[in-house]
Design a protein around this ligand. Sequence first.
Ligand code: NOJ
Length: 556
Amino acid sequence: MEPKNLKWWQKTVVYQIYPRSYKDSTGNGIGDLRGIISKLEYLKELGVETIWFSPFFASPQQDHGYDVKDFRLIDPVYGSMNDFDKLLKNMHEREMKIVLDLVLNHTSVEHPWFIESASNRDNPKRDWYIWRDGQKSNGKKPPNNWRSMTGGSAWKYYENTDQWVYFHFLPFQPDLNYRNPNVKEEMFNTMRFWLDKGVDGFRLDILHSIYEDEKLRNNPFSFSIYSDKNSALFFQQHKYDLNLPETFDFCLELRKLINEYEPERFLVGEVFGGIEQLRDYYGPENNSLNEVFLFEFTSNALKFNINKIRKIISRIEKSIPYPYTPTYVYGNHDRDRYLSLLKGNIQKAKLLVTMQLTLRGVPYIYYGEEIGMENVKFKLKSSEDPIGQKFAKFPYPQISNLIGFSLTRDRCRTPMQWSLEPHAGFSSNKETEPWLKVSNNSKLVNVEIQKENPASLLNIYKKLLKIRKEFNSLHEGELEFIKLEDLFKKVLAYRRVYGNQEILIYLNFANKDLTFRISKSNPELIFSSYFNNKESDIFINDRYIKLSAFEAVIFK
Ligand code: NOJ
């Protein structure tokens, strides 16, 4: 087979940093850009190349940066434009790529555009947002039945102008009106502003919500409280406010815009839907978003159900085949930490990471996953997260299970656990409490300790990332499932093939030893998730191997 020469963004590994929680260099309890710069060597050593940063633009921080008041300024909480330039330079010097998180969909209510827009009906910025009269003769009912993504009506009433404004997420995040060409032009120029500075790409926040129906038709009822497949949430099918044809056209335009730049840049979209539906976001000729997040692995599959996992991978391979680039996402700043979904079972985590880093596509690692950080419990009422506050009165474990993501996202956003120092080494100031409490497992789970232990999760990540770089077939190769006898339904096996290079991956999902026949005689063992297991522990003879409970192995 001819070499494929995939682009950098098809082969890379992305690491997400939530800047507020990574490293505090000033001692005020909040992470910042200088803190991140001081950890670039750690990231380089870990072996990740592309870093996506949750927003650090000027913002009142009501949604911790996803409520922007100036898209071209760095929020002083995180540093200055000088710090940003330094970050970019330092990353590029280390051959790392920098991806910014762009919230095209909405602004903060404190953005000067919105302040103007809300001031009176004749303001030139009025049409930058979506204002409508209410229903009923007195206008005291929202313009239609649309529900926001966080529940409740998607409209907020403003008495001064006696109109309602539309928001898809939270009331302090009004949606921009992309039917107004000035809005589009301004936001495209914002993208150019950062691209001209040299950023390598954007993660695009709730992009499926960019356009909504011009006639504001009511959404139909749905029987589901949550379903990715038909965009249903809170008993409503989001037919007229999400995934509109105009949004797909918009994505094509975004790709054209980044294509003006050399070297090549990239876009990853946060969009929701079933895998088959999401495929359309890649464009008819792979000419739209370079990637979209596939969130399947943040929920059901991580119950460690091999059948579901096999099905999802098959669906991904079928719907997003080469040259499209699937993504493998286990967590982010909105979702439960995956190790908590595995009830803290490190052997299971090691197996899943082996899988994530050897499947075809781009893996996304959320900060702290590499050391096995887990959810931390927080009360909704005292939650920093505005969603937690909104749901303070609800029975949250139940709701959270139903909709598949966590209601106070504080629990997956706690400070990175670096060391045995106070505040797990996150903040240099002993006296100031970090903005979120540090997990009480930080004495056992931290970078300093795991660095020294060759069998630690951190060292497993490092080893796998190294192997992934070393063998082309792991980032460029085809993926083929290997059929095993029926007896071994608990083993997931596949090969990655590139030219003459063939890599075999066997994952034992059973909680017991299994002995079975492999597809090739006497391959060379290059990795076991059991640090101490050698070839002599695994090979029964040249064709039969024995894997321990939850063991993952790679052969060449
Ligand atoms: C999705 C982001 O991931 C989330 O953190 C944010 O609160 C909303 N979009 C609103 O921007």
